[in-house]
Design a protein around this ligand. Structure first.
Ligand SMILES: [Zn+2]
Length: 119
């Protein structure tokens, strides 16, 4: 199991298995957050947070909601909003202990332009 939490600890997550890779995306929101995303389905992720612990930021084509901790400003996860993609989500492995994740491959995704991995 891998666990992560925002800086203040109000939002925590756990997943049962390591992802095959982490995604660093250069789109307008991801490059600002600096996230390393691990993609899962909602059934594979346990989020622990009070219902009002996060701000859900929805923008652009409204495909997903970025959840940011109101207390400390970290962004631990996003969830899919499209009707057929409600179980789609990703957690930000920047919230994890570096020692737990340092062997996971990091892939760069060109979300700003071509929508392809750059490797
Ligand atoms: Zn926090």
């Amino acid at each position: 199991m891998i666990k992560g939490s925002c800086h203040c600890g109000n939002v925590t997550f756990s997943v049962q298995h390591k992802p095959d890779w982490l995604t660093e995306c250069n789109c307008s929101i991801c490059r600002r957050i600096g996230a390393h995303w691990a993609h899962f389905t909602a059934q594979d992720v346990e989020i622990s947070a009070a219902p009002d612990a996060t701000i859900a930021y929805v923008q652009g084509d409204k495909l997903l909601a970025m959840h940011t901790c109101k207390q400390c400003g970290c962004t631990p996860y996003w969830v899919g909003l499209q009707p057929d993609e409600k179980s789609r989500m990703a957690v930000n492995f920047r919230m994890c202990d570096p020692d737990d994740i340092d062997d996971i491959r990091l892939r760069h995704f060109d979300g700003a332009d071509t929508w392809q991995f750059l490797d």
